[in-house]
Design a protein around this ligand. Structure first.
Ligand code: FES
Ligand SMILES: [Fe+2]
Length: 340
């Protein structure tokens, strides 16, 4: 598919690579669609996303085929998207269903229909693929487990690349430094030997144990009162930019995190995360995620101080044993990018 005139900025190498274009990316929360059409930018392409009369979520270029008005500035009438300029109206599948200026009985011209992109909803999020999907949206088993509740968080804009974010989410050696204000223990700087493995059929990464400071917010999240709690964790990736972390406490409480980095362009990204917990619902969702949001803010503050994109080749940066998972993620991503 070729689109012209809709790009926010010229696509650069990573955003233009078919591996990235053929992947699913989370761009918005489903709940945001209730307030009308949403403007999002994915891989340099401006999109409008809305829910149609048949409850289908559609993603299309944010440009009306008539005179290029941004459709995201329009409104919904019975689920149909009405352009703010001359009122052309779009329904299921982006089909133009009304041209107000046309005489009665005259159908919209064939080229008035929007060219749509692959779009799905999963985990309370809207996912878009600009190319042709080569793999499904990564699976989270707990989504179908009635013992777990799901909590969604706002979609934030981070001034950093999705590659730097993914690298950060796979890394635990920054905990005692970046996260010393939340759960990081300044004295626990040593990372035991990292053994990489298939965590399951979709996630590749490692298992480890950490002691975490259990402050007020942490105590709400862990459900425990001790000053320090032990967490049995896994962290793994699913290409290109999906990371899953699982936290298991001795009490039987499990806290699963899906950390999603979506390139707006090569140096700006959306960040959202989804939490699944097998708790007793005695703590509100807002309180549960306050701790994770504070941790995310610490990562954002750090990453926004780094310039440009993460060099993907293994010779530019110096890595150590503790970086093994990120090194393997970069190796696999590079291999996939190079193959195209
Ligand atoms: S620009 Fe959209 S109807 Fe004219
Ligand atoms: Fe972090």
């Amino acid at each position: 598919m070729t689109f012209t005139g809709t790009e926010a900025s010229p696509p650069t190498a990573l955003c233009a690579n078919p591996v990235v274009r053929d992947a699913w990316h989370a761009v918005a929360r489903e709940v945001e669609l209730a307030s009308g059409p949403q403007a999002v930018t994915l891989l340099g392409t401006k999109l409008v996303v809305w829910r149609t009369p048949n409850d289908e979520v559609v993603a299309a270029p944010d440009r009306c085929p008539h005179r290029e008005a941004p459709l995201s500035h329009g409104h919904l009438e019975s689920g149909c998207l009405v352009c703010p300029y001359h009122g052309w109206t779009f329904g299921d599948g982006g089909k133009c269903v009304d041209v107000p200026s046309a005489a009665e009985g005259v159908p919209p011209p064939p080229r008035a229909h929007l060219t749509t992109f692959h779009c799905e909803t999963r985990y309370g999020l809207v996912w878009v693929c600009l190319g042709e999907p080569t793999a499904p949206i990564p699976g989270i088993a707990e989504e179908h487990d009635p013992a777990y509740r799901r909590i969604n968080t706002p979609v934030e804009v981070w001034r950093t690349s999705a590659t730097r974010m993914t690298d950060n989410f796979l890394d635990i050696s920054h905990f005692p430094f970046v996260h010393v204000g939340t759960f990081g223990r300044a004295q626990d700087t040593h990372v035991p030997k990292v053994e990489l493995t298939d965590l399951d059929s979709e996630w590749y990464g490692y298992r480890y144990e950490v002691k975490a400071n259990n402050t007020d917010l942490g105590s709400l999240a862990s459900g425990q009162d001790e000053e320090v709690v032990e967490r049995a964790m896994t962290t793994g990736f699913n290409l290109p930019f999906n990371v899953r972390s699982t936290i298991h406490y001795g009490t039987g409480l499990s806290h699963i995190l899906l950390l999603l980095s979506t390139p707006i362009d090569d140096v700006t990204s959306y960040f959202t995360f989804v939490v699944w917990r097998n708790d007793d619902f005695s703590i509100s969702a807002e309180e549960v995620i306050r701790f994770d949001l504070a941790i995310g803010a610490e990562d954002k503050r750090m990453l926004e101080q780094l310039d440009g994109v993460l060099p993907l080749d293994q010779t530019t940066l110096v890595s150590v044993q503790a970086d093994k998972c990120s090194v393997e993620w970069r190796r696999r991503l590079m291999q996939a990018l190079a193959a195209t």
